[in-house]
Design a protein around this ligand. Structure first.
Ligand SMILES: Nc1ncnc2c1ncn2[C@@H]1O[C@H](COP(=O)(O)OP(=O)(O)OP(=O)(O)O)[C@@H](O)[C@H]1O
Ligand SMILES: [Mg+2]
Length: 429
């Protein structure tokens, strides 16, 4: 059988190793028309050529050679990562099963006895080269697949990050609108109070000016006194006396509401730190409730039943994010009007926070998927499906868990369990 030149895309390189030049010449003549042939008459030279360029695709190796025999050569070839993948075919005059077994166990791919039929040698060489090609192709494919998997993984991560980012932005936008509304209201009436006060002061100064003018007269005529009395009455000075302190108190109240909202925002964001610390969950719940008041107050009645719970080691701003996600989910589950209950308690070394709603509930088949990233039943633009998955990650980071009970048409209850001292904190110390 003739070796098929077309079966390989490029001309394969074969290294012939034999200490007898007659063998080299016979094999060389057979192979030279089809392959690039390298020859070595010693083991040392063979190792040199195998590690150089062009790298042989196949080595025909004699066993019995002076200095270094074929077994030693193959041992070194296989030990070097640069040459270990070159298939080695033993061509030897040693014909015994034991020898053959030894050669194969050292990593040879085939064993041929001299003298051999040249067409058989050709056929075996061709087979081995095709196998090598197939192996190389598989290796390339594997490498390609690995980089492809890696690339897609990175792509997925980028999309994930982008979605997280846009969810954050959407949530911040929504909150900002709510907070703007909360701040606008007191600012509005403080402003209107200032306008009223301005008018009042104008009246007060008008009366004072009249008094000053009267004081300049040597003797106060009855008429002037009469005018002063009438002016005082017209400007309702007695009424102003009682209304001005009220306006001021109301304005102060409005400004302190604005100050509280800003404080809540600061507490919520804990912008200055993101460290483990002893946190008061009730404080976190309250500031979160204030922040999202605008999302709740028109259609939900919120009741709180806070139990006795100790402060716990936590990342307070991250737990606030969990409370916010659960509270907003609860509010969004309530379609017309309904109730949200927040309860807290302590059991052994754990505390729990429960947020339940009288909303539409969760279908049984959706329960196992709730915490999957991107799982949402909300319309596009309303939910990204990340709220619960983010919350679960945060709670797990705290060594805790989230339990859910829900019934369609009745409502849902999410209970967060948190250890007072998370295991991660102990591990970190
Ligand atoms: N209190 C609840 N009542 C009813 N269904 C809920 C409640 N909480 C969560 N779900 C269901 O779980 C799904 C996933 O909730 P999750 O908070 O992870 O995402 P989302 O609210 O859809 O979107 P996002 O929170 O990113 O805005 C929701 O789409 C909803 O179907
Ligand atoms: Mg949500």
């Amino acid at each position: 059988m003739e070796p098929d030149k077309q079966s390989t895309q490029r001309q394969a390189t074969i290294l012939l190793v034999d200490d007898e030049s007659i063998n080299l010449s016979v094999f060389g003549q057979l192979l030279a028309p089809y392959y690039q042939v390298l020859v070595a008459t010693s083991g040392q030279r063979a190792l040199q050529l195998a590690g150089g360029a062009p790298k042989p695709d196949l080595i025909l190796l004699d066993v019995m050679m002076p200095d270094m025999d074929g077994y030693q050569v193959i041992g070194q070839l296989k030990a070097d990562p640069n040459t270990s993948d070159i298939p080695v075919l033993f061509v030897t005059a040693l014909s015994s099963d034991l020898e053959e077994e030894k050669g194969l166990s050292l990593g040879a791919v085939d064993y041929i006895y001299k003298p051999c039929h040249l067409s058989i040698l050709s056929a075996r060489i061709k087979t081995q080269l095709e196998l090598k090609n197939a192996r190389d192709w598989l290796k390339d494919q594997n490498a390609y697949l690995e980089t492809e998997v890696q690339r897609r993984h990175l792509e997925n991560q980028a999309v994930h990050m982008q979605l997280l980012q846009s969810e954050k932005l959407a949530a911040i936008g929504q909150l900002a609108a709510g907070i703007a509304h909360e701040i606008n209201n007191p600012i509005g009436f403080v402003n209107s109070n200032l306008n009223t006060l301005n008018g009042y002061l104008r009246d007060v100064f008008c009366v004072m000016d009249a008094c000053d003018a009267a004081l300049d007269e040597k003797l106060l005529p009855v008429k002037t006194l009469q005018n002063l009395r009438e002016l005082k009455q017209a400007k309702q000075l007695d009424y102003l006396r009682s209304d001005i302190p009220e306006l001021i108190a109301e304005s102060r109240d409005g400004l302190s509401r604005v100050r509280d909202i800003i404080q809540d925002l600061k507490d919520f964001a804990h912008a200055d730190k993101n460290d483990w610390e002893l946190g008061d969950l009730h404080k976190g719940l309250d500031s979160t409730l204030n922040i999202i008041a605008n999302e709740l107050k028109y259609h939900c009645t919120v009741t709180k039943q806070y139990g006795e719970i100790p402060p716990i080691y936590c990342l307070p701003s991250q737990l606030n994010q969990v409370f916010m996600n659960l509270l907003i989910n609860a509010a969004q589950a309530i379609e017309t009007k309904g109730d949200i209950q927040i309860r807290t308690g302590c059991a052994g070394q754990d505390v729990w926070v429960e947020i339940s709603d009288s909303g539409k509930g969760i279908a049984l088949e959706n329960l196992p998927r709730l915490f999957e990233p991107f799982f949402t039943t909300k319309p596009v633009g309303k939910g990204t499906g990340l709220g619960l998955s983010i919350s679960q990650n945060i709670v797990r980071k705290h060594g805790g868990r989230i339990e859910v009970v829900s019934q369609l048409g009745v409502g849902s209850r999410f209970r967060i369990w948190l250890p007072i001292r998370p295991p991660e904190l102990d591990a970190a110390e």
